[in-house]
Design a protein around this ligand. Structure first.
Ligand code: FAD
Ligand code: NAD
Length: 468
């Protein structure tokens, strides 16, 4: 028997976009139904941000123990650390589980009705949901689409056996002897960092002429150096033509831009060439919403072209980041509840959790100059930062980019160990249109990496303190 439900807001997708929209809409007194086919928390919590960061953390600990075993580091010596991969995966799984249960508890506490099942729209406001043992038909005044994204396929590489997407790579129960990663973007490099630290021989194939093409070259250089120091082979301007699997491993055919072809043997192949919006299989074609290329077209309030239908997160375009999805989810709920908000951030921070980490907020100096903006730029190296030195983390720098005339900060970028923790301060400064003087005059605690931002601002003002 099918249960009929009517509600103010139906949200499809329980990722960081959908569940945040549900929490805020319920808090505003709306009757909310949230449909999720797999796991609350979506890609981010279950197969993305959280498990990858857990493994980055665990692998970093292992790598530092191994350094101590190879020879005393900071006066520390230990013997033969070992990786217990099933135990590491259980620990990662427990972290994911704790967070996912936290999301379920929050939704329950706010009175959100959660339907675990696959949603299919019959028309823009009517949705059939099919669960394991139950089916529902939901009629809603407002619909928020938050179905997220899936790994982009590579036609020459079928995902099966030892050819993996990030979802399978995050579940491996043994460290592979070797892995070839296709794509030197966020996922490719974060997971290459994990497996290189765990002792897996890595090979990276990237179609572009450099790693992380979305970040300024100076930010990427220390990351490229880290891979080079670990003998990771990186084939730039190269593409994979096909893979042969023999049950125990893979032979991948790689062609470079000059037409040279070589075969690379590896135990596993990871395909990480981007993600595409999840628009198929749930009746989008029955909803008459306009598209913008592969994405659903929305305005700056996340409205689609169909009245009362809204869309957020990875489904509506770049950047495909969890915090953008959540910000849109929070906003769309307020707008549905009668608020007047618009999604017009000055900057959305991007962070790549490589070794060292990269943070980029707003415009970089080169882009600003390309747009004929006269800029003041201040830079400070972590080689002169007390906290960085005392943590053995002196690689990298922080750079502040400001308009030359009024010195309003339009971008802050950094590469350095643990620097992701400064993404919030960087974003705050850009969003509040702080001037370089504001940052320089803000007393930063000593010793912290954040002092680097203050020093970079002093330098941009021509008043550097700790630079000769
Ligand atoms: P999703 O999180 O994809 O959630 C969509 C949900 O909708 C899914 O749970 C899916 O099951 C459900 N769904 C889809 N169709 C239906 C249907 N018809 N019926 C019912 N349910 C449905 N971003 C960051 O900001 N920081 C990071 O560190 C980071 N690391 C990442 C690492 C990896 C390996 C990956 C793959 C991604 C990472 N991302 C990261 C990106 C981040 O995961 C996404 O940007 C974010 O999850 C998008 O949120 P969303 O709510 O739009 O969609
Ligand atoms: P990506 O867009 O970051 O990188 C894909 C890379 O693959 C690019 O460098 C591209 O040039 C390359 N490429 C494309 N086609 C290729 C081919 N045929 N052969 C070789 N290389 C090819 O995509 P991703 O790494 O898959 O990550 C997907 C998205 O997930 C990211 O864009 C990001 O939005 C999100 N993500 C974010 C984080 C984070 O915030 N730390 C971490 C992981 C994922």
């Amino acid at each position: 028997m099918t249960t009929q439900i009517s509600c103010n807001v139906l949200i499809v997708g329980g990722g960081p976009g959908g569940y945040v929209a549900a929490l805020r809409a319920a808090q505003r007194g709306l009757g909310v139904v949230l449909v999720e086919a797999a796991d609350l928390g979506g890609t981010c919590l279950n197969r993305g941000c959280i498990p990858s960061k857990a493994l980055l953390h665990a692998s970093e600990r292992f790598a530092s123990m191994r350094e101590c075993a190879d020879g005393a580091v900071m006066g520390l010596r230990c013997q033969g650390p070992e990786v217990d991969m099933p135990a590491m995966m259980r620990w990662k799984g427990a972290t994911v589980e704790k967070l996912s249960q936290g999301v379920a508890s929050l939704l329950a506490a706010r009175g959100v009705r959660v339907l675990m099942g696959w949603a299919t729209f019959e028309n823009a406001k009517t949705c059939a949901v099919s669960g394991d043992n139950e089916t529902w038909t939901v009629n809603a005044e407002n619909v928020v689409l938050a179905t997220g994204s899936v790994s982009a396929p590579l036609p020459s590489l079928e995902i099966s056996g030892n050819v993996l997407t990030s979802a399978e790579a995050l579940e491996l129960d043994a460290v592979p002897a070797s892995m070839l990663v296709v794509g030197a973007g966020y996922i490719g490099l974060e997971l290459a960092t994990v497996f290189a630290r765990l002792g897996c021989r890595m090979h990276i194939v990237e179609a572009g002429d450099r790693m992380l093409p979305g970040f300024a070259p100076a930010l990427v250089k220390p990351v490229a150096d880290w891979f080079a120091d670990r003998d990771v082979e990186v084939a730039l301007s190269s593409r994979v033509e096909g893979v042969r699997q023999d049950g125990t491993g893979c032979i991948t055919t790689v062609r470079d831009v000059d037409g040279n072809v070589k075969d690379v043997a590896s135990e596993k192949v990871l395909v990480a060439i981007g993600r595409r919006p999840c628009t198929a299989g749930w009746g989008l074609e029955n909803m008459a919403v306009d598209m913008a290329g592969a994405f659903i077209k929305v305005d700056d309030q996340c409205r689609t072209s169909m009245r009362g239908v809204w869309a957020i997160g990875d489904l509506v375009g770049e950047p495909m980041l969890a915090h953008k999805a959540s910000a849109q989810g929070e906003l769309v709920a307020e707008v549905i509840a009668g608020g007047r908000r618009r999604f017009k951030p000055l900057a959305i921070p991007t962070v790549c959790y490589t070794e060292p980490e990269i943070v980029s907020v707003g415009m970089c100096a080169d882009d600003a100059r390309r747009e004929r903006e006269a800029v003041s730029v201040g830079r400070f190296s972590f080689a002169a930062n007390g906290r960085a030195l005392s943590a053995g983390a002196d690689v990298g720098f922080v750079e502040v980019v400001a308009r030359e005339d009024d010195r309003v900060v339009i971008g802050i970028h950094a590469v350095g160990k643990y620097i992701s923790e400064l993404a919030g301060e960087f974003a705050l400064a850009v969003e509040m249109q702080a001037r370089m003087e504001d940052i320089a005059a803000t007393i930063h605690a000593h010793p912290t990496m954040g002092e680097g931002l203050m020093e970079a601002s002093f330098q941009g003002l021509g008043a550097a303190l700790h630079v000769a």
